[in-house]
Design a protein around this ligand. Structure first.
Ligand code: NDP
Length: 288
């Protein structure tokens, strides 16, 4: 039986529509959510992501402050910019698009962003709070993955969730969020022997690796929910995920497409975090 498509584009559109209404209300109270987006260099994929984020800001009513810097910018110049944005009351969220060009220390830059403005949720404060089950900014891609499951009433409670990939920005936080929702979680990575065997045990299979077709149809348990976070460009220039979609959809009960799944959800959750940051700055109660 072919899987039901998890329409991330639609779920993201619904979230953004809700945010737009909320932002209209905030503006009426004099609160104007603002997001600073910093792009360093000319990486075409990064440029596209930044453009999409700015488009989403416009659509929801968030003011976006764009900072485009040459790849030759020094670490110190970038730190100075982050410090300025940390101190700018119009800016509630700061996003530095990764990856940064060679020679720049991304970790130092991420750690420099004020925890109150870390809407990407990549810094130690946000990640620490996630581990401690305390409210804090949740990184946008894992948060978006959870929201897609929620939108399709896929409750992780009691299920076996397998997360393939253990990066700090996707795999690890996603595993923590699934655990928070009472799944039994396995994290797989490049040193996991017999990945197929591990994946076949997954009621919920989330993949964030960055290798096209690394999850073949025979690695998907019948009836599983598959969340494909990977983004790959084929030699023909087509955007695909990490999962062999046509084969996997014949076995899964639910599956996210690429494009149209995790990508739009990531942007929607960035808008969500920015609104929460603006409310926090105004001393309002927030849900992060
Ligand atoms: P990283 O490169 O940081 O992490 C990749 C992970 O995959 C690592 O943990 C690595 O293991 C693991 N891995 C590599 N090869 C294998 C293998 N053969 N078997 C099992 N695991 C393996 O990537 P990110 O987490 O940053 O991103 C992952 C993918 O998600 C990329 O395609 C990226 O473009 C996409 N992405 C999409 C977003 C969206 O908005 N849709 C946002 C962010 C990322 P190890 O740790 O052992 O090296």
């Amino acid at each position: 039986m072919a899987a039901e498509l998890i329409d991330g584009k639609k779920v993201a559109a619904d979230i953004k529509a809700g945010l737009k209404t909320e932002i209209d209300g905030l503006k009426a109270q004099g609160i104007n959510p603002g997001l600073a987006v910093v792009l360093v260099g000319e990486d075409p994929a990064s440029k596209k992501y930044v453009a999409n984020k700015q488009k989403a800001c416009e659509a929801t009513g968030i003011t976006s402050f764009s900072h485009k810097l040459p790849a030759t910018v020094s670490q110190q110049e970038l730190i100075t910019l982050v410090d300025e944005l940390n101190n700018d009351p119009r800016v509630h969220g700061i996003l530095v698009q990764l990856p940064l060009p060679e020679g720049l220390d991304a970790k130092e830059i991420m750690n420099r962003i004020s925890p109150q403005k870390d809407v990407d949720g990549f810094g130690p404060d946000a990640l620490g709070k996630l581990m401690l089950d305390e409210p804090g900014f949740i990184s946008c891609t894992p948060h978006g993955a959870m929201k897609m499951l929620e939108a399709y009433n896929i409750d992780p409670k009691g299920k076996h969730a397998v997360v393939v990939g253990r990066s700090v920005i996707v795999g690890k936080p996603l595993a923590m969020l699934l655990l928070r929702k009472h799944a039994t979680v396995t994290i797989a990575h490049s040193r996991t022997p017999d990945l197929k065997d591990v994946c076949l045990k997954a009621d919920i299979l989330c993949v964030a690796v960055g290798k096209a077709k690394m999850i073949t149809g025979d690695m998907v348990k019948e009836g599983a929910a598959v969340v494909d976070i990977g983004i790959n460009v084929t030699p023909e220039g087509k955007l695909v995920g990490d999962v062999d979609f046509p084969a996997a959809k014949e076995r899964a009960a639910y599956i996210t497409p690429v494009p149209g799944g995790a990508g739009p959800m990531t942007i929607a959750m960035l808008m969500y975090n920015t609104v929460q940051a603006a409310k926090m700055a105004a001393g309002m109660k927030v849900e992060v």
